[in-house]
Design a protein around this ligand. Structure first.
Ligand SMILES: Cc1cc2nc3c(=O)[nH]c(=O)nc-3n(C[C@H](O)[C@H](O)[C@H](O)COP(=O)(O)O)c2cc1C
Length: 222
C-alpha cells in the first residue's frame, strides 16, 4: 500500500469485528511509528497497548459508569474551546450531520445520539486499543508531536490491513482507564485509539473536507 492510499483509506472506523490483532503486528506498527518526528527528538508520547482481559475490564467499568449516569471525570484538558467560532462550528455541525444521518438518527433524537456515542467506551467492538498519554509538564508543541505520532500509527495500521478510531472520548473516563493501567501521575490521557478489522455492517458516510483553498495558501509562482 503506498502512502497516498494509506492516507485516503484511513478513516475513523466505528464498527469493528472481534477478530484479534496479534501482539506481533502491534509491535511491528509501534516499532515503525517510533520513527515519527518530534521537536528535538523528545518523543513525548507514552502509549499503553491493551487487549484481552484488561481491555474487557476497562470497557466493563466504563459501561457501568455510563449506565449509572455517573458524571465524567474532571477535565485535564479542554477538547474544544467553549465557543467554537466560524468556520470550525460549521465544520463540526457538518460532521455531526454526516455521522448521525449515516445511522438514521435525527438531530432531535438525543437518546439515539447518546446510544451511538456510548459505542466509544466499548471501543466500537475493537479487540485492541491504545491509550495515549503525554507528560503534563510538556506544552503545545509536544502535544502536536503526539498527534503526528498517532497519525503515523494509524497509517501503518492501514498497511497491515487494519483500521482505527482515535478517541478523545476516553479522556472523560480517564480515572477508570487509570484504575487498570496505573500510569504515573505525571501523564495526562490525551486519547484512546480503537484498533481492529472493520465490520462490513458498519453504517457510515465518508466525512468531507474543506476545499483546499480554505486551509492552504500558496505563496510564490507556480
Ligand atoms: C484527536 C482525535 C480525537 C477524536 N476523538 C473521537 C472520539 O472520541 N470519538 C469518535 O467517534 N471519533 C473521534 N475522532 C474521529 C474524528 O471524528 C474524525 O477523525 C473526523 O470526523 C474525520 O473523519 P475521518 O477520520 O473518518 O476522516 C477523533 C479524531 C481525532 C484526530
Amino acid at each position: 500500500m503506498d502512502v497516498y492510499e494509506a492516507v485516503t483509506s484511513r478513516r475513523a472506523v466505528r464498527g469493528f469485528t472481534g477478530r484479534p490483532v496479534s501482539r506481533e503486528v502491534l509491535q511491528r506498527v509501534l516499532s515503525a511509528a517510533a520513527w515519527a518526528p518530534s521537536g528535538s527528538n523528545l518523543q513525548p508520547w507514552h502509549v499503553y497497548v491493551v487487549t484481552g482481559e484488561p481491555l474487557a475490564e476497562i470497557k466493563r467499568r466504563a459501561g457501568a459508569r455510563l449506565a449509572a449516569g455517573e458524571p465524567w471525570d474532571e477535565r485535564e484538558y479542554e477538547m474544544y474551546p467553549a465557543v467554537l467560532k466560524s468556520p470550525y462550528q460549521e465544520r463540526r455541525a457538518a460532521f455531526g450531520r454526516e455521522r448521525y444521518s449515516a445511522l438514521g438518527v435525527t438531530r432531535e433524537d438525543w437518546e439515539a445520539r447518546q446510544r451511538a456515542a456510548s459505542g466509544n467506551w466499548q471501543c466500537f467492538g475493537a479487540p485492541a486499543a491504545l491509550f495515549c498519554y503525554v507528560d503534563r509538564d510538556l506544552g503545545r508543541p509536544q502535544w502536536s508531536d503526539l498527534g503526528m505520532y498517532l497519525q503515523t500509527v494509524m497509517l501503518l495500521l492501514r498497511a497491515e490491513g487494519l483500521h482505527s478510531c482515535p478517541q478523545m472520548a476516553w479522556s472523560v473516563y480517564r480515572k477508570t482507564v487509570a484504575e487498570i493501567l496505573r500510569p504515573p501521575e505525571e501523564l495526562i490521557l490525551f486519547c484512546g485509539m480503537s484498533i481492529g478489522s472493520q465490520d462490513a455492517a458498519e453504517q457510515y458516510i465518508r466525512t468531507g473536507r474543506a476545499p483546499l483553498d480554505e486551509t492552504v495558501t500558496f505563496v510564490g509562482s507556480r
